[in-house]
Design a protein around this ligand. Sequence first.
Ligand code: NAD
Ligand code: ZN
Length: 245
Amino acid sequence: MKELIRRAAEDLAAAGNVAALTGAGISIESGIPPFRGKGGLWERFDPMEFAHIDALMRDPAKVWKVLVREMKEIVDRAKPNDGHKGLAKLEARDRLKTIITQNIDGLHQAAGNTDVIEYHGTFAWQRCMDCHKKYESRKVDISEIPPRCDCGGILRPDAVFFGETIPAKAMWRSRQAAVDCDLMLVVGTSAVVQPAAMIPVIAKDNGAKIIEINPERTPLTDEISDYLIMGEAGEVINRIVAAMD
Ligand code: NAD
Ligand code: ZN
């Protein structure tokens, strides 16, 4: 791993425009469970039953009780870890421009990154299903489920559920970031959720180098990635930042 850390530090130092694509893996060290794999939410819930837009529309209270309340409580409390902080250091040193995140936890912004595209929206905000007014999640009282807007409408996370389309601006901006970068860090994503998994492919197609950071191999490994640094995001990113000093 030492050799690959040094290589990544050199590649980052040499790159003109760096983007990162992050997934649930980078937030595991902040105590937020991923969807897939060990300890993942899908071990306990059927995604189509609870994370599909049809389920939310059919029975918002049920989806709130099983999935949304728990995720909201976890996200409300979560703090950035070394992985998020390391990416913020890279931005502060002018070595990272844009983060495209599939995460809905707001932790990149909390760590200090300023150009974050939330591809799947956010749980940090709730919006009214009727009038679309937004409320900061932390301030939403959930003593009654589902929580309601001043207008009486039901609140839902301002996030993308399965079966919903990606917000057009996030889609367009991440495509542009993938085209513009000459190095992309792909951190903690299983790269199976579409269309997010296409982002590194677009970057590669436009000549970017792709570095993966993940304890496991993914469909991108050896196909799209130039190399995989096998390890946990916090430790690996810390070591890369240290190697750049
Ligand atoms: P995923 O759950 O499909 O995969 C997680 C990936 O993280 C796996 O490849 C795993 O090997 C890797 N991983 C595990 N521990 C790691 C560590 N310490 N450091 C780095 N990587 C680690 O996640 P996904 O690809 O992001 O796709 C799932 C979807 O779930 C996303 O689109 C997102 O919207 C949503 N989600 C978000 C959060 C969050 O906001 N934190 C949490 C769960 C799910
Ligand atoms: Zn309303």
